[in-house]
Design a protein around this ligand. Structure first.
Ligand code: NA7
Length: 548
């Protein structure tokens, strides 16, 4: 293990200047691995995180019911067989506490903590063209002078916490799911309102329905859902997945979505309706994201195919909901299955059949504001509540970066640039921001459509290799050219616009944030294809990037 670089320890409130080769923002999945890689390469590097511990998403999202929708044995680091095999999962889709423990295990095994400044927020990052370096300011009074800035801030880490007028006036307690307190919140006997039924809201609703006094769920857009199959693992199961380490490491980076599975090889048009149904049933019974990400690729492009699959899922939902009024409110009809994130669930639909659970449709009767007593809808009704849970989502992909005052060449502002048009070269660099690298940023699969660990490790590897290349060649500064960025945006859009995903409103398209430029955040050409494009740039001495 390479020793961490010796540096002056900053003191809070002082104006200490830290000089680094690389600063990493974030100590989540990407940030931890980025720190590990660059330290191994001999750089003086530190990571910074607002949180008081490691975990990123898995630190913040500690709301009731938070868990994986990726199989645990693939949501993994694959850089160390020892680390992979040293951790045993208890079930196929574990819950947040176990995931957070795993991230702590990785940080400890790699001795990463000594190079992480916790409870430290990067407030600004300004580039100096004369020195080719970045100056960062933290909320703790620290100034950081660094050659490379690697933003591993997460694509879903800027929560939409203040969506409603009057929030501050509420007499009860109000929580956003991504800022859930560490202390146990006792909801028993309480009147609880949940706003939002995306992947997060669904996990909350199904988990608290039988624990609260009365639950009101404010539903605007219904969701297609897949019933999760989540078996507990015994020693044999654990041994079986661990034995697949080499195979998984080889397979995951080359599939469409970074999972172990890929699309059905047969084309839809070549199959009989019976055979299609048989395949859909098998995928459904797997109880994973397979039905979405490893069924028929035509699902994403062909409205007729999409409608058949959508109707298949609607049928599954109808069987469980039974009540026609609930079916009308909870089964989507005006957009297609898989055109935005498909959540897995356990007894989510059944929650609405409970006598203490009430669905308030806010589609045609929107939430007007929050009053001291509860949630007021446009018809004038005030729904009186003790606790309001905001499962209202995130300013995805861009938000984590635009909430920092990032200034590139000539003082240009990333917030302003992305406020006009969201552009990157492969999600790795932005023209005008030399020596800034990003993971989980727009126009890469890691912005949404991917098993996150697969995509983030690939991006970290690319960035680390690129920095090594610069050092080996006595180069100090790298920046994507405008031409290469334009070409990537054009390629990205050309694929995206063929799909039905761009026709549906969701955070994938930025449509959940008012005024956000509309563009599919995630590259949809596939994880394997994306990797190939990145590798081509590497093999061609980072063509498309200016170096000096
Ligand atoms: P999402 O998927 O963005 O869901 C947010 C939910 O909040 C969604 O149901 C929204 O309804 C609802 N919402 C937001 N604002 C309002 C207002 N004003 N009124 C009513 N309902 C509202 O966020 P999640 O946290 O669930 O999931 C994000 C990702 O995290 C997820 O995809 C996984 O990858 C992990 P809408 O659909 O806009 O009508």
């Amino acid at each position: 293990m390479v020793e961490s670089a010796v540096m002056e320890k900053p003191t809070k409130g002082s104006s200490t200047i830290l000089k680094l080769d690389a600063a990493v923002i974030g100590a989540g999945v990407a940030g931890l691995y980025q720190l590990y890689r660059l330290r191994k390469q001999g750089l003086t590097v530190k990571a910074f995180d607002t949180a008081s511990n490691v975990g990123g998403t898995w630190y913040w999202n500690r709301y009731p019911g938070a868990r994986f929708d990726s199989e645990a044995y693939i949501y993994q680091y694959f850089f160390s067989e020892e680390i992979y095999k040293g951790w045993s999962w208890s079930e196929r889709f574990p819950a947040q506490p176990e995931i957070e423990r795993w991230m702590n295990y990785v940080a400890d095994r790699c001795d990463l903590r000594k190079d992480i400044e916790f409870s430290t927020t990067i407030k600004s990052a300004h580039y100096n063209d004369d020195t080719g370096r970045w100056t960062l300011e933290t909320d703790t009074g620290l100034t950081i002078d660094t050659q490379f800035l690697i933003a591993c801030c997460g694509m879903l880490s800027a929560p939409l916490t203040s969506s409603f007028q009057g929030q501050d006036s509420f007499k009860g307690k109000i929580f956003h799911t991504a800022r859930w307190p560490k202390d146990n919140i006792d909801l028993s006997g309480k009147r609880v309102g949940v706003i939002g039924n995306g992947a997060t809201g669904i996990q909350v609703i199904q988990t608290i329905a039988d624990k609260v006094g009365h639950l009101k769920v404010f539903v605007r857009t219904p969701q297609y859902v897949i019933a999760m199959q989540n078996p507990k693992y015994n020693d044999n199961d654990v041994a079986a997945y661990k034995a697949r380490f080499d195979e998984l490491k080889k397979t995951l980076p080359h599939t469409f979505s970074g999972f172990e599975y890929d699309f059905v090889e047969d084309s839809w048009k070549d199959l009989t309706p019976e055979k299609r149904q048989e395949i859909l049933e098998a995928l459904w019974n797997d109880g994973s994201l397979k039905l979405w990400l490893a069924s028929f690729s035509e699902l994403f492009f062909d409205p007729a195919v999409n409608e058949v699959v959508s109707e298949f899922v609607r049928g599954k939902m109808r069987e469980r909901l039974k009540d026609p009024a609930l079916c009308d409110l909870l089964i989507p009809t005006d957009y297609g299955f898989g055109t935005h994130r498909v959540p897995l669930e356990t007894n989510y639909l059944e929650a609405y059949l409970r006598p203490n659970v009430e669905l308030v449709s806010v589609k045609n009767n929107p939430i007007e504001c929050i009053t001291p007593e509860g949630i007021k809808t446009a018809d004038g009704t005030v729904h009186e509540l003790d606790v309001i849970i905001l499962a209202t989502g995130f300013d995805a992909g861009t938000g984590a970066l635009t909430r920092i005052d990032i200034r590139g060449r000539d003082g240009r502002s990333l917030k302003e640039d992305w406020g006009n048009d969201i552009r990157t070269n492969m999600g790795l660099q932005v023209h005008g921001y030399p020596n800034l690298f990003t993971t989980g940023a727009p126009l890469a699969p890691s912005a949404a459509l991917c098993n996150m660990t697969t995509c983030l490790q690939q991006q970290v590897d690319w960035i680390s290799d690129c920095i090594q290349y610069l050092r080996d060649n006595n180069l100090n500064v790298i920046e994507t050219t405008k031409e290469a960025e334009d070409a990537w945006v054009e390629h990205h859009d050309a694929i995206a616009n063929q799909t039905l995903v761009t026709k549906t409103n969701s955070w994938y398209m930025g449509s959940n944030v008012s005024g956000k430029p509309r563009r599919l955040l995630s590259y949809i050409g596939g994880v394997g294809a994306y990797r190939q494009k990145c590798d081509e740039a590497t093999a061609d001495a980072y063509s498309g990037f200016d170096k000096r």
